[in-house]
Design a protein around this ligand. Structure first.
Ligand code: HSE
Length: 403
């Protein structure tokens, strides 16, 4: 079997962890030959041999001895450029870059077909949980009804700390950054965009349909207040940032990311700190659950390593479900029941509620509980997020099956 010579692009928390894992393992027949970094001067916690680091990615892409590129930088477009060049230069690629993959998935499929090279990216979604390969291989049939879960470690860490331990939101965020869970721009985590990128990738592998991130309603936890926590506690529930793709029969499906009230007994109720949890629902088997560390250097490095080893055995995604016919159509005219807490924005003017179940007004805050279409939330998304509005979904899909 050909020896794996790796060119590593990106040497942050994840890149350095992968370097340590490969160098400390006697059973991994792979070597990191070159590492491309943004700055040679940046202080690093690990020592590397003279000449290993470069700032010139051409030294990886143009090196014929390097047969595998591992890409773990955090810019989507720059990464796409590097990954496409590497595959066109005949190299397989492993990537953990969810923003790049979610944005460029269609082009990346084409480049794989054109070059015959493989791109694997299980590390892009849910850190150490092998969700992509499982959806791709095991769930390769039309029994799948829903995939939902906690796909972002940093926001879950913050929610756990604030909700369960009464800690301050800003302190919890600072710790998520210090521990290497958060993106370099943490609004990606707390505003739900990182969860959304992962959901887009999961959806392609779950049901074979690509939906661009910009077309999906996403709402984060940035406006969470003590009043919202108190509301959830009074109902005996936790608040989690949940991403979900839900099929309605064979014809249609929807997807969205937003905070959700989670009752005790739900699998994701006990998913705390930087852990992720994914619930897969299908005909015949009801619900299955995958749980594991979703962020951090070593958990993510374990997933990269698994993809590197899979390439040794010529594994590649076949994207079989993209050829299913007919594939379900993405719809957003689906009513959700939500809690919307606000202060200044007039949510009665901004949102065309289908119905209102409950309203509350006090000097400090107000809220509405009612039904609203996802498409109407999507239309109002910029105005909602710009103000002090916190939204939280009451889960209702497949509720009759969960007894
Ligand atoms: N910032 C991401 C998270 C890293 O917190 O989940 C792992 O994708």
């Amino acid at each position: 079997m050909e020896k794996i010579n790796i060119g590593l692009v990106g040497f942050g928390t994840v890149g350095q962890a992968l370097y340590q894992v490969i160098n400390n393992s006697r059973n991994v027949h792979a070597e990191i030959k070159k590492v491309c970094v943004r700055s040679l001067e940046k202080p690093r916690s690990i020592e590397v041999p003279q000449g290993l680091l470069t700032t010139n990615v051409d030294e990886i892409v143009d090196d014929a001895d390097i047969n595998l590129v591992v890409e773990v930088i955090d810019q989507a477009d720059a990464a796409f450029e590097i990954v496409s060049r590497a595959m066109r230069a005949g190299k397989n690629v492993v990537s953990g870059n969810k923003a790049m993959i979610a944005k460029h998935l269609t082009e990346l499929l084409d480049i794989q077909k054109e070059t015959g090279r493989a791109l694997l990216y299980d590390a892009s979604s849910c850190g150490s949980i092998p969700v992509i390969r499982n959806l791709e291989e095991y769930y390769d049939n039309d029994l799948l009804l829903e995939v939902k879960g906690i796909l972002n470690g940093s926001s879950n860490y913050i929610l756990s700390r604030v909700f369960d331990h009464g800690e301050d939101y800003a302190d919890a965020l600072a710790r998520a950054q210090k521990l290497g869970f958060a993106e370099s721009n943490p609004t990606q985590d707390i505003c739900g965009f990182d969860s959304l990128n992962k959901l887009v990738i999961i959806t392609l592998h779950a049901i074979g349909v690509y939906v661009a991130p910009a077309d999906v309603f996403v709402y984060g936890i940035e406006h969470l207040t003590a009043a919202d926590i108190q509301y959830a506690r009074e109902k005996g529930m936790k608040i989690k940032l949940v991403a979900q793709v839900v099929k309605f029969g064979e014809e249609t499906f929807t997807m969205f990311v937003m905070p959700e009230f989670v009752a005790p007994g739900r699998y994701i109720y006990s998913v705390d700190d930087e852990y992720n949890g994914v619930v897969i629902r299908g005909e015949c088997y009801d619900r299955q659950f995958m749980f594991g560390k979703g962020a951090g250097g070593f958990p993510t490095a374990s997933s990269l390593l698994s993809d590197i080893m899979a390439l040794r055995h010529d594994y590649r995604y076949e994207y079989k479900k993209t050829a299913f016919s007919p594939r379900p159509e993405y719809v957003t005219d689906i009513a959700l029941k939500i809690y919307a807490r606000y202060s200044t924005t007039d949510l009665h003017t901004l949102l065309p509620w289908q119905s209102i179940d409950e309203e509350y007004r006090s000097a400090s805050h107000r809220y509405v509980v009612g039904e609203i279409l996802i498409s109407d939330l999507y239309k109002a998304r910029t105005a909602l997020a710009a103000d002090d509005v916190f939204l939280c979904n009451f889960p209702r899909f497949f509720a009759e099956r969960d007894n």
